[in-house]
Every structure is written in C-alpha cells, then in structure tokens.
Design a protein around this ligand. Structure first.
Ligand SMILES: C[S@@+](CC[C@H](N)C(=O)[O-])C[C@H]1O[C@@H](n2cnc3c(N)ncnc32)[C@H](O)[C@@H]1O
Length: 262
C-alpha cells in the first residue's frame, strides 16, 4: 500500500452507529465497547429536553475522557415538520463530522435497526446512493447491532419466542386497534412495543381472545427499576394513569404455545 493511500485511510472519518442494548451496561457488545473507547465525538439521543440520555448512561463507562459528547433532543410529541427539522440537523452534523475526518459515534437503545430514530437519519445519509443498482454499504459507515429489548425480556422472563413453524410479529402499540387485533389472531407469538397509554386497549383485546394467560409485560428490562407483570388483570390502569405511571420502556410478550405459571 503506498504512503498516500495509508495517510488517506488514517485520516478518513467514519460514523459508527451502535445499539447499546436494553439498559444494563454489560449487555453492550464487545465490538461496541472497543469502538466507544476510540471515538473523537459521540452523539447521544434523549427523548426529554434537558434530560440525561439513557443510552449515554449505559455506555458512559466505556468512553474515553477525550471524547466530545453531544446530546440531541429528538422530539417525541412534536409535529412531523419539527421532527424532520431535528433529523435533518443531526444528519447534517454527522455528515460534517465524518467529512472532517473524525471518528463519530451515534448510539441507540436496543438495536439500531428496530423502531429507532436512527433509521430516519440513515435515510438522509444514504438514500440517494441506495437507489443505484450498484449500491454497496459505504466504507464511512458501520452499524453495530445491539441486543433488542424484546430479546432481553424473553431471556429474563424465560418466555420463548417463535419455534419451528410458528410466526412472530413485532408491532408498535401505536398501530390501530384493527391492526393489533388482526396480528393477535394471525400470529403465534407477538412482541408489542410502545405500550404506554394503549395498555387498557391491549389488555381488553387479550381478554377478549383468551390470551391473558399467555402474555406478560416487562418495564425497564435489565435496569435497576425492572418490573414484570405475569398477570395483566392485576394492572387496572386507565389511559391517563398509564401516561403517568407506566414506564415508556414497557413491552408485552405473547406466546400462544406457552402458558405462564402464576
Ligand atoms: C423507540 S423503541 C426502541 C426499540 C429498540 N430499538 C429495541 O431494539 O429494543 C422504544 C420501545 O422499546 C421497548 N423498550 C426499549 N427498552 C426497553 C426496556 N429496557 N424494557 C422494556 N421495553 C423496552 C419499549 O416497548 C419502548 O416503548
């Protein structure tokens, strides 16, 4: 390799997008830990203005003291135009960091390719090139998978997910009641994410289809505040109470072929 090529490679910037898992710091992959210790700068997301990023607190111990940290507030409840403006801004900032030859990190909870704001940034960073038939992943971008919350919940609760010819659906509870009900009817196993204020609706659907004894909910999995409900009938929260009392990080697992012992 000639010296010029070597120099270019040494100074080339790169963006590393890393899933940091569901909450526990020792559920971060070895690859992510190695990269985190070598970053020039890291971008960390937060859902609440001024709040510390949960993703950042998970991996803080692996960062070099020299790494610059930027926390971005990704608006959760704003209108689409305001959300898009933040995605445009962060995608532009990441692009410039890479162009300036820096080693840049971007972290997401769980896995970055599942229900993650990162995907809106990915569209902005590579969608034009992806339309080309000769497209290959760009050398300036690496995505490091993370342990998804539902894998961690299945392991902690010992509720298996799909086996043999069974089907598994992963759905956000922001979907319509019809979509949720159809999914309950059509699949053997389901992961329901973003439960939040939709909990009463889901509990009623499970009751209607005699699925309560096949369902559990876990909040804050692998964090010190983790809670698991094996009997969802014991939780009689209204929509309003869910908004106030139920962690945003709550997920329901259903397996029609697995009966929970209570
Ligand atoms: C924006 S999605 C992020 C999903 C993430 N990319 C993943 O792979 O798990 C947020 C939803 O993930 C689920 N979630 C994330 N972390 C969780 C945790 N520690 N415990 C339970 N559910 C969690 C909840 O359903 C939450 O509403």
């Amino acid at each position: 390799m000639n010296e010029q090529v070597k120099d270019k490679q040494a100074t080339a910037g790169k963006l590393y997008v890393m899933g940091v898992g569901p909450g526990a710091s020792d559920l971060v992959t070895v690859r992510a830990v190695r990269i985190l210790s070598e970053l020039d700068v890291i971008y960390t997301p937060t859902g609440k203005k001024g709040a510390k990023s949960l993703a950042h607190s998970i991996i803080e111990e692996y960062l070099s003291p020299k790494t610059e940290v930027f926390t971005y507030h990704f608006l959760m409840k704003a209108d689409m135009a305001a959300k898009k403006a933040v995605w445009d801004e962060v995608a532009q900032a990441l692009k410039e960091e890479v162009a300036n030859g820096r080693k840049v990190g971007f972290i997401t909870l769980g896995d970055p390719m599942l229900f993650s704001t990162w995907v809106f940034l990915l569209q902005r960073l590579v969608s034009e090139q992806m339309n080309s038939p000769a497209w290959t992943a760009p050398p300036w971008l690496e995505i490091v998978p993370g342990i998804s919350s539902f894998s961690a919940i299945a392991a902690a609760s010992m509720m298996p997910l799909a086996m043999e010819d069974q089907t598994l659906a992963v759905i956000s509870c922001t979907a319509s009641e019809t979509v949720l009900e159809q999914a309950l009817l059509n699949h053997d196993c389901l992961v329901l994410m973003k439960v939040y204020s939709r909990f009463p609706l889901i509990r009623d659907l499970l009751q209607r289809h005699n699925l309560l004894e096949h369902a559990l909910m876990m909040a804050d999995a692998t964090l010190p505040t983790e809670q698991c409900w094996h009997d969802l009938t014991t939780l009689s929260l209204s929509e309003k109470e869910c908004r106030q009392e139920l962690s945003y990080f709550s997920t329901i697992l259903i397996n029609k072929n697995w009966q929970l012992s209570r």
